[in-house]
Design a protein around this ligand. Structure first.
Ligand code: SAM
Length: 233
């Protein structure tokens, strides 16, 4: 699996892969990361990549030419590359998207900057567009990293224990039950006693009840979905 970040600012991204789980996964060749800078493709004598917007409006817009040429070169190199644009106006990225994208051989993330990207680039090259939430970031690099991180932990072998994927929140309508670690008592705050007794069937029942109450609090609609599927089965 290859991830390509199409960005003017690869240095904002690189450090994230220098440590922890994703670094180890790259060392095991489970995926690799490449960078493509649209500025390297600019035919402007000053390597400009942006200009004022037609129709007025504040701020600059990323020009088509450097991005068209960068993305053509990417597609020439690998016709199977799946090109994803990050934009706040798109459908929100969710866990199912992460699982689906983890099965691709090559995903490229295109990061906008300034006031965004000339719409013609998105229309011509986007296989998919995602938002990471209803707020505006200064650029797409953080959004691309968020999506890449969520995708990469669904690549076989990236997580030491793949069982941890199965019980996580968003795998089912229920959110994951609360977790606790040592010590049993910290600043007078204890751990639910059933967690400590080793009776796995009782622990499972308690975790289910806690999952339900957490979901009821944070995602009441999802709890309704869970109850409806239980009635059907
Ligand atoms: N003018 C745009 C608008 O109002 O929709 C916002 C542009 S934003 C300042 C610059 C770039 O950051 C975007 O092209 C996109 O790549 C990225 N970006 C900002 N917020 C984002 C979000 N919530 N999700 C995904 N990408 C985002």
């Amino acid at each position: 699996m290859t991830f390509t970040f199409v960005t003017l600012f690869s240095n904002l991204i690189e450090g994230y892969f220098h440590d922890s789980i994703l670094k180890r996964a790259m060392e095991k060749n489970l995926f690799s990361v490449k960078y493509l800078n649209p500025r390297d493709f600019s035919t402007n004598k000053h390597s400009k990549v942006d200009d004022t917007a037609f129709g007025g409006g504040a701020g600059m817009v990323m020009n088509p030419q450097p991005l068209f040429d960068a993305l053509d070169s990417l597609r020439e190199e690998d016709e199977n590359v799946h090109i994803v644009f990050m934009t706040p106006v798109a459908k929100p990225f969710v866990q199912n998207d992460a699982k689906r994208l983890a099965k691709k051989s090559h995903v490229a993330f295109v990061s906008g900057r300034y006031e965004g990207i000339d719409e013609r680039v998105i229309e011509k090259y986007a296989d998919e567009v995602f938002s990471i939430g209803d707020y505006i970031l200064t650029g797409g690099e953080l959004a691309s990293l968020v999506v890449c991180d969520a995708v990469s932990r669904n690549i076989e072998g990236v997580l030491g224990n793949s069982a941890s994927l199965e019980v996580e929140s968003f795998e089912t309508p229920l959110l994951e039950a609360p977790s606790f670690s040592k010590p049993k008592l910290y600043e007078a705050l204890g751990v639910p006693s059933e967690y400590l007794k080793g009776n796995h069937s009782k622990i499972r029942s308690l975790k289910l009840a806690l999952s339900e109450s957490k979901t009821k609090f944070f995602r009441p609609q999802e709890l309704k979905k869970h109850k409806a599927t239980q009635k059907l089965s």
